[in-house]
Structure formats: C-alpha cells, structure tokens
Design a protein around this ligand. Structure first.
Ligand code: ADP
Ligand code: MG
Length: 406
C-alpha cells in the first residue's frame, strides 16, 4: 500500500526524523491558512499524489508571497498531473502539502528496500540526490552505495557513519546522518515497509540533515498489524475496479488487452497471462479470486471484469483444490447474468469435482443462451479465448495436442 508524502512524513516526525514543518490543504484558502500558521517568507506547495517525479511535472512549486500560495494552490488543486510514474492517464491532485521552504546546500538519495535475494533489508544511498536513482545507476553507478542490514542489529550507527563516509559527506555530518538513517530504518522496519525512499535527503545551510521528500510503501499482507496505516489508505488514488476488488478481497490489476481473466492463485494468474500471450492474445486484467472463491466472489469478479469496456471474452481458469469445481461452475452460471450476450465465456476447470462442474456448465449454458465454452486444458482454453476475442472462431485443436502443449 502506498502512502502519501504527508502521511509518510507524519510517521517520520513521530520517530524524531527531521522533516520541514507543514500542513495539508484541500482548498486554496486552506493552503493560505496553513502558510500563515507556518509563518516565514518562502513555502513549497506540493501535489499529494501517489507518484514521484512531481517536481518536473509542475507538482512542486516554491512561492514567496501569500497571494502566490493561494494562486498556485488553486491552480494545482484539481489539476491532472502526469509523471513517469502515473502512467499516461495521470492523477488528479486532491490535496497539497504546504511546507516551509528549506535552504538546500546538498541533496542526497536514501532508500530502504527488501532484498529478496539475501532475504534482508537493504539501504541504498547516493551522493546524487534529487535525481532518479535508475538514471544514476546507469550514468554514474559509482555514486551509489548499497549495504545489507543485519536483521538482528538493525541499522546501526556505525553502518550509517560508514555509508556517510563512502558518499563523501563532510565529517561534521557523519553522526547526524547515522542518527537520521537509524531512525528512518526503524520507521521502515516497524511498519513492514516494502520501500521507504527519501529523495532528496538534504544538508541545509545550517548544517542539519532534513528529509524533503518521503515515499513509502507498506506490505499489504501486513496491514492487519498496522491498523493506523490501513486507515491512511486513499481509495481516491485507486482505479474504481481496484476499490471494488479490495472490498471483496480480490486482487485486480487492469491491463490493455481484451480477454478478461478470472483465476484463482497468483501463480496460475501469471501462467494464464503467459499462455494468452503465447497464443497471440492480450489479457485485459489480472484478477485473482483467491483460495476461498465462492459463488458471490465469482459474481463480483464478473462485474469487475465487465466494467472494462474492452473485454470481449472472459476466460475463467480455476483449479479446484480447496474450492470445489462444482461450486465454481455454479458461480459462473449465477454470475453469467451479468454478462451481455455479445461476450463469451471460456471456462477451464480442473481439480476436485471437475466432472460435476463441467456437467453444471454444459447444462446451464443451454439455458442462459450465452456462449460458454468449456475446455479441458489450459492451452485449449487459452486458444479458444484468443480466437473468440479476435472474432475468428476456428475449430478447436484436438485435445491431445493441446494437452501435450501444457
Ligand atoms: P518529486 O520527487 O515528486 O519530484 P520532491 O519532494 O522530491 O518531489 O520535490 C522536488 C524538488 O523540490 C526536490 O528535489 C527539492 O529540490 C525541491 N523541494 C521539495 N521540498 C522542498 C522544501 N520543503 N524546500 C525546498 N525545496 C524543496
Ligand atoms: Mg523526490
């Protein structure tokens, strides 16, 4: 789950990490009130959307007068911001963060990640702050320092000082850097972070170290033990389908193709996309109904898939392990009244009670008047789905050859 910058900075502040004073606004007058409360003579107005690269896209502006605070905020609120990370559709700015402007002497990059290879946390620091770390990695890799963090000792001060020396920080800053890195790590680790990126972490004119930006992502699967973080979820940042999916505990990711997929298990979902591609088709989504799929979930999954107007065919690929195929088949039939008559459904079921499931589908299909195609193998089903989506139904391959492909 992504946090907004202001939410992440709230967490950082509660751990004693230095961040600029600031407040959130959803109207221009709110923004003015925040700036007046902050006092000073320069402020930064920052669009709060789940994406980096805002600076280059007009989502971060420094202003010097109250009237500019008002004008820039009213322009920014409601505007659509498009950055490398938002995708071409961009994101609407619903809130801004107003902060005191910081006197920047030096910008540093710092992030914590989970390194799956070593099964440890990792810290990445670069002397080239304020730039995309991917660009630095390509153009000037020697400016990047990475270290793995021992899960028992955590981010020790000694490690922070070692990194600070490696990136060439002034010796007067080694302890301050180590202290900030130590506290940042605690924020990250205590909340089951997947990523915490501070870009830039800056050295101020007064020789302090301050976090000017904060991007944080927390493991969705760990939210049950962080109710306060879960409350921060901003449904306004999600696609409407993703919101519906999250209510019913389904994982949904929208894609560009025209074959809607309903699958149980993330592994099978991936394999389903691959096989659709290998037959020349394009998946419209990734939808995992999970292990506990029942009739209601299947119905909801149909509704969600069909909100995408591109979908021509729904490919149901379910392996009945804990869930029984006959229940899924019943769910498909019940859910099929959501499906307009110009779309087809291709179903591949396997596993527990598969024969009963197929029978239910075959008998039911006749009643619904919908095209419900059943297939024995994944390859056979994928091929049929691709053909139907392309509008060129060909005779199905012989099952034996389809099986051999699987
Ligand atoms: P993004 O990464 O989305 O572009 P940042 O928060 O990193 O957004 O802001 C972009 C740039 O704006 C920073 O690299 C920094 O130079 C400047 N900036 C951000 N916040 C402040 C601040 N409080 N005071 C001064 N400059 C700032
Ligand atoms: Mg940034």
């Amino acid at each position: 789950m992504d946090l907004h910058e202001f939410q992440a900075k709230g967490l950082l502040r509660s751990y004693g990490v230095p961040v600029p004073d600031g407040g959130v606004a959803s109207t221009a007058s709110d923004a003015l009130r925040v700036a007046k409360e902050l006092k000073g003579d320069a402020w930064v107005i920052k669009a709060q959307v789940h994406a980096g690269g805002r600076g280059k896209a007009g989502g971060v502006k420094v202003v010097n007068t109250f009237s500019d605070v008002y004008d820039v905020s009213s322009h920014m609120l409601g505007m659509k911001i498009v950055t490398k990370q938002t995708g071409p559709d961009g994101k609407i700015v619903r809130r801004t963060l107003i902060e005191k402007a910081t006197d920047i002497k030096q910008e540093i990059y710092l992030s914590f990640l989970v390194d799956r290879d070593s099964e440890q946390h990792m810290i990445i620091v670069s002397s080239e702050g304020g730039m995309d770390i991917e660009e630095v990695a390509e153009n000037n890799p020697s400016a990047i320092v990475t270290e793995r963090i021992n899960p028992v000792t955590g981010m020790g001060l000694f490690l922070g000082r070692k990194i600070a020396k490696k990136i060439g920080l002034d010796s007067s800053l080694l302890n301050k850097f180590a202290d900030v890195a130590h506290k940042l790590y605690n924020v990250f680790a205590d909340h089951d972070g997947m990523m915490l990126e501070i870009n830039p972490l800056v050295v101020t004119g007064d020789g302090d170290i301050v976090c000017l930006d904060a991007k944080m992502n927390v493991d969705e699967n760990a939210l049950y033990r962080h109710p306060k973080i879960e409350e921060m979820k901003d449904y306004g940042e999600l696609e409407p389908q993703e919101v519906r999916a999250s209510i019913f505990d389904l994982s949904y990711v929208s894609m560009d193709g025209n074959i809607g997929c309903m699958v149980n298990g993330a592994g099978l979902a991936m394999a389903t996309m691959d096989i659709i591609k290998s037959y020349g088709g394009d998946p419209a989504n990734f939808l995992d109904v999970g292990g506990g799929a029942d009739v209601n979930k299947v119905r909801e999954a149909f509704k969600i898939i069909l909100t995408d107007p591109k979908v021509k065919v729904i490919f149901v690929n379910i392996f009945g392990g804990i869930v029984r195929c006959d229940l899924i088949a019943q769910g498909v039939l019940n859910g099929s009244d959501e499906v307009p008559s110009d779309r087809s459904i291709v179903v591949r079921l396997d596993g527990t009670n598969v024969e009963e499931g197929r029978k239910i589908l075959e008998e039911g299909a006749a009643k619904t008047g919908l095209t419900i195609v059943t297939a024995d193998t994944m390859a056979d089903a994928a091929q049929k789905a691709v053909e139907l989506a392309a509008g060129e139904e060909k005779p199905a391959k012989k099952k034996t050859s389809a099986k051999a492909k699987e």
